[in-house]
Design a protein around this ligand. Sequence first.
Ligand code: PLP
Length: 444
Amino acid sequence: MKLPDIKTQLPGPRAAALIAVDQAHVSPSYTRDYPLVAEKGEGLWIHDPDGNVFLDFTAGIAVCATGHCHPKVVKAIKHQADRLLHMSGTDFYYTPQIELARKLARLAPGEGSKKVYFGNSGAEAVEAAFKLARWFTKRELNIAFFGAFHGRTMGALSLTASKVIQKKHYNPLIPGITHIPYAYCYRCPYHVSYPECDIECVRWVEDGLFRTTMPPEEVAAIFVEPIQGEGGYIVPPPEFHVRLHQVAKKYGILYVADEVQAGMGRTGKMFAMEHFGVEPDIMALAKGIASGMPLGAMVAKADIMVWEAGSHASTFGGNPVSCSAAMATIELLEAGLMKNAEIQGNYMMTRLREMQKTMECIGDVRGKGLMIGVELVKDRESRKRAPLWRNALIQKAFRKGLLLLGCGENTIRFCPALTVSTEEIEVCLTIFGECLKEVVNEKP
Ligand code: PLP
């Protein structure tokens, strides 16, 4: 069994020297939880410049869907790099972008035809959705959710409601956005329980919001993550999207699914909204789409994407090398990785739920496929959040050679590459379990 291999103190001397240069020259706005310098990656394994080897359960923030440097993706990148690096889909045509658009349009949920706009990131995909929704509906208001993360450009940031630091000093943002509570059943904002609640959080939109402050005929779109990502890997109950979509449809409001984190096979289906049986009007895609090459895509129903030439574009969007990496990624997802995400995800959830039985600090285990969150609490009765345990655990795991990230206030997220094996999950869970015991013992 392959295990992490930590040979030096962390950071080791080479990593420490690089970090010192980084600190002198790189923006301090990034949030590095621990001093990992990634030198080389292969599958789920990351090597640092000092020869330390880490097991990566972050996949570069849910991006490296096919694992680090999958040979088929690397081959597609090299092949395309030899032929054409850039020409700009804004002004010209080229095969990889055309082929990828056709593929994504065919994959998107629902029968009707779709069209694709290409950008370089998740925020750009959301930004494009935001503009298209305005352009198409000619309406000025929008709805998004507390806990949502949609990106950091000014439009996407206006929809984001994750951490206040992300918004501090950037006001005024785009007006007309109302944030409402997400279906966070473990901590229901309405203090009711599923299923008796009858999805109160959706009922309130129509019976509360639309009757008091927000005229529905002025609302362009509802922006919603199928499963909330940065907000804490929160899976809403099965009826949530169906019911919210019904409300949206009733008032001619567009349903925009931000699939940036949950999409591209991570949850065991190509798009997470497929779990809920809802066909969104617009989808935002990025992260896993090209296994690490920068690419964002906004997929919309063809009869909605009717904006005129010149109304939106980006020089680099839909870069041919990124599009080729995306085609190779999708082939791998369809050839078995999506299925693996489902199988290994179910296995990991089962094992975590077993651990939960003996560990009082595991409040909630939730997820779909390989998008799994474990919410840490002081005890299961009070559900008091344990953010310090969560943060300490991430530090300890790093020092034992396991790379993890947090999400929400007190949740550990597991979002490994979709190539993950049962053995790798076992290694991860062994280290996770050790670290959890240590933090609970150290900080009562
Ligand atoms: N939307 C969601 C759901 C995300 O999780 C993220 C990033 O974490 C974004 C949008 C923004 O993507 P990017 O960082 O590529 O701009």
